[in-house]
Design a protein around this ligand. Structure first.
Ligand SMILES: [Zn+2]
Length: 270
């Protein structure tokens, strides 16, 4: 028997075990991604597998509970109409996240972290704030924006099926990646790039965040090969560095929450 700690997944436990865990530690992480084409070299579940892989490593390091990943995600403005994509409507996705948090709270969980590997702040921020009105403490992070700046590891920011995402995939699930088909692609934004903060880039004056406007046209109009960025620059080593950094930062966040609010204590949201 290996002594290596195991990730703690809700769906693998009995109800009694889920409740007993919450009495010791009532933080739960919800990994979310999307079903979306990721070019000719990565699978349509890329974002889910990235979120699940990162969540597993966080759970192994911290012992935190993981909620089942719902697989489907949302950002239909960009994704609707592209073969391979099955985006939820905004309303469905917001409702899905809220129902998962409400349901998990019944078993004694009081602190929730949504770990997203897909550009869906348009749903998660709304869900977090609506849950706040109901008294739930929920944080939402998108891995690349949580890290903010990885230019010491990556040549570009975090786009789509690109250097960043493919590197993470090569580290977490290499069997589903075919680098012989990796290429580069992308389109042109509808305003000058100097006004836009790329995903994963640090904010600077005079800029709007990538999702604060419809700067990019939908995938089916914009992308010829399904890629934004350069996937040929992806390596497993880059992925390992990025994922390890993310795991360490989230572990630090979990530690802070545990210190401030011991198990059973609800952060005073409402
Ligand atoms: Zn992706």
């Amino acid at each position: 028997m290996s002594d290596e700690p195991k990730a703690i997944w809700w769906q693998n436990l009995t109800a009694g075990e889920v409740v007993a865990h919450a009495k010791k530690d009532d933080i739960a992480i919800l990994p979310i991604g999307a079903i979306e084409q990721h070019g000719p070299h990565c699978p349509c579940g890329d974002d889910d597998f990235n979120a699940i892989g990162m969540a597993e490593l966080i759970s192994k390091k911290t012992g935190v509970m993981l909620l089942p990943c719902p697989m489907y995600g949302s950002h239909p403005y960009h994704h609707w109409g592209m073969p391979g994509n099955i985006p939820l409507s905004y309303e469905t996705h917001i409702g899905l996240v809220m129902d998962i948090v409400r349901g998990a709270a019944v078993s004694g969980y009081n602190k929730f972290i949504i770990l997203s590997a897909h550009g869906q702040v348009s749903s998660t921020i709304v869900a977090v704030h609506k849950l706040g009105l109901e008294g739930y403490f929920t944080l939402s992070l998108h891995w690349y924006d949580f890290l903010r700046d990885n230019k010491d590891v990556l040549e570009d920011w975090m786009w789509h099926a690109d250097e960043a995402e493919t590197s993470v995939a090569l580290y977490l699930f290499p069997d589903l990646v075919d680098m012989s088909k990796a290429g580069k692609g992308g389109g042109d934004p509808l305003v000058d790039r100097k006004f836009i903060i790329a995903p994963g880039a640090a904010p600077r004056p005079g800029t709007m965040y990538h999702f604060e406007g419809t700067f990019a046209r939908p995938e089916y109009k914009e992308l010829s090969n399904g890629i934004i960025g350069d996937a040929t620059k992806a390596t497993r080593e880059k992925g390992e560095k990025i994922v390890t950094r993310l795991v360490d930062h989230v572990a630090e966040l979990i530690e802070d929450i545990r210190k401030r609010y011991p198990a059973g204590e609800k952060p005073p949201v409402k």
